[in-house]
Design a protein around this ligand. Sequence first.
Ligand code: NAI
Length: 325
Amino acid sequence: MDRIALFDTKPYDRVWFDKLNTHYKIKYLEPKLTEDTVSLAHGCRAVVPFVNDTLDKAVIDALCDLGVEIIAMRCAGYNNVDQKAAAGRIPVVRVPGYSPYAVAEFTIGLLLMLNRKLHKAYFRTRDFNFSLSGLVGFDLHGKTVGVIGTGKIGQIFIQICRGFGMEVLAYDPYPQKDKDYNYVSLEELFAKSDIISLHCPLTEDTRHIINADTIAQMRDGVILLNTSRGMLVESEALLDGLKSGKIAGAGLDVYEEETEFFFEDRSETTKRDTLLSLLVSMPNVVLTSHQAFLTTQALHNIAQVTLENIDAYLHDGKLQNVVVQ
Ligand code: NAI
């Protein structure tokens, strides 16, 4: 039986891989893939990393030395892969769109929670505090939302926003054709949006696309949503914006230094990232642990497409959903 290794495995990953796997011996590994743990892939034909695994040159060299034949990412993003190091040596495939609905719907959840202060109301009523003071929100109807990145997730997010009666401004260097919302420059989007939501990948162009300069261009009291990648936002500038009131609220499912903390219970640690601690302590921040993808449909699709990607290569010599070959 061919062996494959899943790194950074959580119980919810196992459920769907166990259900759908018919012919691999799966090594479920809890540690993240790093230079220190890569040897655990010994004897495996494929490795299956996730968003916060390390796939730098050292790890890719080690995977090649171990004779691993394919890196099958079980996620859409691949900004953690050193593509140059892999090119021509070991193919990298991914799951391009396992459930754009999961992420778009979660983003709306963050917006509603922040705007209507549901995070505060939930705790108040549990404490038999039925006061409404400090819980005033605003109607989303008629507000302008700026959407950066109109791919699979961004488009569904836009549809939902339009259902609320919101005006949409969009920015994407590769605009969709025949759409009934307006594409504008980034400057115009920053200047005219009441809410800004990031749905673009992390690239050299988008790293810190939200920074002190771009925050200064935004409307006072803007709400910022980031369910894409932490590095899109310069956290220190975000914190300054939140403190000054320029940014009225931030809904964050990602954080630029999330790797050490997200997906794990770190409640006992006193070695805390200072910026992360400050962000979660703000009353107008809702921060979740890279959770937007986490629905049964998405987990099913991730397991199914990952296994199909591996089968296609190992059994038919074909590459599908290729990142690097
Ligand atoms: P996609 O590839 O369908 O769409 C990305 C869009 O961003 C494309 O239309 C592309 O043209 C655009 N884009 C590229 N460079 C840009 C730039 N400089 N400025 C503005 N737009 C730019 O990707 P999809 O599936 O919609 O995912 C979007 C992002 O969501 C992913 O890159 C990933 O980082 C994130 N994601 C987060 C998850 C979570 O659990 N929080 C789960 C899945 C994805």
